[in-house]
Every structure is written in structure tokens, then in C-alpha cells.
Write a protein that binds this ligand. Structure first.
Ligand code: NDP
Length: 444
């Protein structure tokens, strides 16, 4: 389609230094041709040009003092991308690699993911190039307080509701919430992923990992595949990876490998969940330490080694573009049947194409990892109602949402003539909801 080609070229020209953002936008635009043929009004109303442009970008200085008394300065970001269907919603990432292009790609993906949950949430994302590794609790607290001292002006329970992402977990959310409350003199559900003592929701910590496995379960059942006794690898060993491991074990899947940014471990007896939690959640250590307790396990330098390990199911749960064409080839050669993304955009476009051509069931992150933000939406509902639901109640809602997302993605793919292509199904289903809301709200 000519309009799409022109827009793609202008995205590449305008965002030449933002490769992750261009990659995410082009993947979505490439999926939309069938829907644009049926709905020329989206083109006539400039929906495409508007949906790829953030409504607002905030960039700010974050000065803080380290334990040695030295002044440090980081850069903070919040990209408020699209509020057509609800307040901006999306996590904050603290990692040394964070830049505007990465925050924009994550914010763009979030628009469609949030729409797929069926909950009223717009898309946004934020973060900083602050690296929490090796920082003391005091340093992390001072950084978070400084970060919020600017961000508080731009967010609010009806405006923009941030959550966690890489490098932002319960500790960071607590410090951010405390500072927001102090500055605004207001106790509201402005952040999600909060602690249970101050308005957090049960299951939020587990939600992305659990949701990923509920999605995999729905998808595999739909294809007549058993989950039990399948062999899996999970990259990363952070929040998403750990709770994906927990639910995978409950479903009878044997997870044999996990990783961090330095390397990966292989344990043929199955990864020990309690040990991983102790090393990564409690001690904030390195995955290599697993061998101190399980000497029969093996350690390989380099995070990408994990894709060389034979498995039926691969769950990338670390970071963007962590799995490339070579990795896809070795996974397929090892008998891979299912790949579902816990991370955002972990698989490169060439790798996705190869996997799908070779009959692998591929589930894109914007559908498969939507359980985190869906449960954030449930946390917002509980905060508004001044109620706290039980673990079982939230978990049941999460499972239903993930099954519904899969059904919607699969049905949309089939309806547009691309059966089993979940990339097209997810992109079109998410897009239509947001595009229709934008049409109804006028040119804004
Ligand atoms: P965490 O910070 O808890 O964990 C991140 C994990 O990924 C760590 O094991 C980390 O290793 C590893 N990692 C980070 N960067 C790299 C890299 N460049 N190369 C290899 N490994 C790396 O983050 P989360 O688990 O919350 O997030 C993981 C992914 O899931 C991200 O893509 C995030 O956007 C996505 N996601 C998260 C959601 C959530 O609710 N938290 C919701 C939806 C998606 P190390 O310790 O060495 O840094």
C-alpha cells in the first residue's frame, strides 16, 4: 500500500537515531494493510500519522548524591504516547541502556498491549539511564526521590499511572510512591506494583510471568498440544522470568535453563525455583552463584548461549532484540515448537520470520506479556473501589484476561486471512480499538 510505504519511509527519516522505535513501528504498520483496505477512513483521518507520534515527551535532569558524597546526574524520561482509551499507563525502566528511542518503542508497544487487555488504559513508558546494579538502598532511594521530584508534575491517577519494568521493582516503586505522596499531599493510586501494605494488589508481582504461561496454555491447548513434560528455557532471571518459571513448574513443564546479562545456567534436573529466588530476589546476586549450591549444573558465559540449548518451549524474558536469526536457527534445529515473549520485542524481525516459516507457534510480547499491565489495571480498580481482592480472585481474572487475549488475537488473525499469525492478529486487534476511539474523539 502506497500510503504505508510513504509513512514507513518518513518514520525512518524522522527517527533515524531511534532504531528500536522504528523497528516497533514498522512491525505494526506492516500488519495493517488488510484492515486499511476495509477502513480507508483511518487513512483519511490521519490515524496512522497521529498514532506514531507521542502526545507528549518529558525529558528531565535527575541529580542525586551518592554514598561518597559525590553529585551524580542521570536523565529521566516519560513518553505519554496515546490516551485515546484511558490514562497513559506503562512502566518505568532503570537501566544504563535507556535512551529516548527505547522509551518510545516501549511506549508505542504499550498502546496496543493495553488495548488488548480490554481495560481502559492508554499507552506510556518512562525511565532513566540510572543503573541500580551495585547501588546501596540509600542511593536508590535518593535517586527515586529526585526522579519523582520532577515526574510528579506530569502524572496522576486520572492522567498517567507508571509501574515497574527492568530495574524497577517493589523497592523502587515504594520510594517513588513515598515521594509522590509527600509532594502532592495526596494518597492515590498513581503508581501500580505497590507493596501490599500501601495499596498494592495481590498477584501483581507474579502477573507478567503467570500471564505469559496462561497465554501459552491457551495457545497450546488450541493447537492440541500437551504442556506436561515439555522442556523449556527462560532467558533472564528477573521479575518476569522468575514467575514464568514458577507457573511453568505448576503446569508440569520442565525448565532447564535461565540467564542474566552475564551468562546462563543449565540444570538438567530442572531449575530450582527457591534457589533462583534467593540469589536474584533476595541477595540481588549473579546467576553464576547457582553453581555454588547445585554443582551438577553448568554455567556458560554470555547471555545468548541459552538459545543453543535444546527445548520444546522458549520464553525470552530479559530484554529487546536478545534473540536473533542465528539463535532462531539453533532453536529450530533443537526441535523448538513454541516461542512466547515475556520481554518486550526480544526477537528480531528476521528471527520471527524464520520461526514462523518453520512452523513454530510464535506469540508476540504485546499479547503474551500483557498480564502485568492487566493486573496493574486490576490494582487501579481496587484502589478506586478502596477494596482488596483475594489472590484467587485476581488470579482468576488474570487467567480469563489472558485466555480472552489469545482468543481475540487468534480470531482476528483468522478473520483477516492470516490464520495462526499472532503478530498480525495482535497488531490489528489492538489497533482497531485505539483507532476507533481516536476517530470518535476528533482530531486531537
Ligand atoms: P528485571 O529487572 O526484574 O529483570 C531483567 C532481567 O533481564 C535480569 O535477569 C537481567 O539481568 C536481564 N537483562 C536485562 N538486560 C539485559 C541484557 N541487555 N542482556 C541480557 N539480559 C538482560 O525486569 P523484568 O523482569 O521486569 O522485565 C524483563 C522484560 O519483561 C523486559 O523486556 C520488560 O520490558 C518486560 N516486561 C516486564 C513487565 C513487568 O511487569 N515487569 C511487564 C511486561 C513486560 P541482569 O540482572 O544481569 O541485569
Amino acid at each position: 500500500m502506497q500510503e504505508l510505504e510513504i509513512l514507513k519511509q518518513s518514520i525512518l527519516n524522522k527517527n533515524a537515531h531511534e532504531s528500536e522505535f522504528s523497528q516497533a513501528v514498522i512491525e505494526v504498520l506492516d500488519s495493517l494493510a488488510p484492515v486499511l483496505k476495509e477502513h480507508p477512513e483511518y487513512i483519511e483521518n490521519g490515524i496512522l500519522e497521529r498514532i506514531v507520534e507521542p502526545e507528549r515527551i518529558i525529558i528531565f535532569r535527575v541529580p542525586w548524591v551518592d554514598d561518597a558524597g559525590k553529585v551524580q546526574v542521570n536523565r529521566g524520561y516519560r513518553v505519554e504516547f496515546n490516551s485515546a482509551i484511558g490514562p497513559y499507563k506503562g512502566g518505568l525502566r532503570f537501566h544504563k541502556s535507556v535512551n529516548l528511542g527505547i522509551v518510545k518503542f516501549l511506549g508505542f508497544e504499550q498502546i496496543f498491549k493495553n488495548a488488548l487487555t480490554g481495560l481502559p488504559m492508554g499507552g506510556g513508558k518512562g525511565g532513566s539511564d540510572f543503573d541500580p546494579h551495585g547501588k546501596s538502598d540509600g542511593e536508590v532511594m535518593r535517586f527515586c526521590q529526585s526522579f519523582m521530584s520532577e515526574l510528579y508534575r506530569h502524572i496522576g491517577q486520572f492522567t498517567d499511572v507508571p509501574a515497574g519494568d527492568i530495574g524497577v521493582g517493589a523497592r523502587e516503586i515504594g520510594y517513588l510512591f513515598g515521594q509522590y505522596k509527600r509532594l502532592k499531599n495526596e494518597y492515590s493510586g498513581v503508581l501500580t506494583g505497590k507493596g501490599l501494605n500501601y495499596g498494592g494488589s495481590l498477584v501483581r508481582k507474579e502477573a507478567t510471568g503467570y500471564g505469559l504461561l496462561y497465554y501459552v496454555e491457551a495457545m497450546m491447548k488450541d493447537h492440541g498440544m500437551e504442556l506436561e513434560n515439555k522442556r523449556a528455557v527462560i532467558s533472564g532471571s528477573g521479575n518476569v522470568a522468575i514467575y514464568a518459571l514458577k507457573k511453568a513448574k505448576e503446569l508440569g513443564i520442565k525448565v532447564v535453563a535461565m540467564s542474566d546479562s552475564n551468562g546462563c545456567i543449565l540444570d538438567e534436573e530442572g531449575i530450582d525455583l527457591a534457589l533462583i529466588q534467593d540469589i536474584k530476589e533476595i541477595k540481588r546476586g549473579r546467576i553464576k552463584e547457582y553453581l555454588d549450591y547445585r554443582p551438577k549444573a553448568e554455567y556458560f558465559e554470555g547471555s545468548s548461549h541459552i538459545w543453543k540449548i535444546k527445548c520444546d518451549i522458549a520464553l525470552p524474558c530479559a530484554t529487546q532484540n536478545e534473540l536473533d536469526l542465528e539463535d532462531a536457527k539453533s532453536l529450530v534445529a533443537g526441535g523448538l515448537k513454541v516461542l512466547a515473549e515475556g520481554a518486550n520485542m526480544p526477537t528480531t524481525p528476521e528471527a520471527i520470520e524464520y520461526l514462523m516459516k518453520n512452523g513454530v507457534l510464535y506469540a508476540p510480547g504485546k499479547a503474551a506479556n500483557a498480564g502485568g499491565v492487566a493486573t496493574s489495571g486490576l490494582e487501579m480498580s481496587q484502589n478506586s473501589l478502596r477494596l482488596a481482592w483475594t489472590f484467587e480472585e485476581v488470579d482468576e481474572r488474570l487467567k480469563k484476561i489472558m485466555y480472552d487475549i489469545y482468543a481475540n488475537v487468534a480470531a482476528t488473525a483468522e478473520r483477516y486471512g492470516f490464520k495462526d499469525n499472532q503478530v498480525i492478529g495482535a497488531n490489528i486487534a489492538g489497533f482497531i480499538k485505539v483507532a476507533d476511539a481516536m476517530m470518535e474523539e476528533g482530531i486531537v
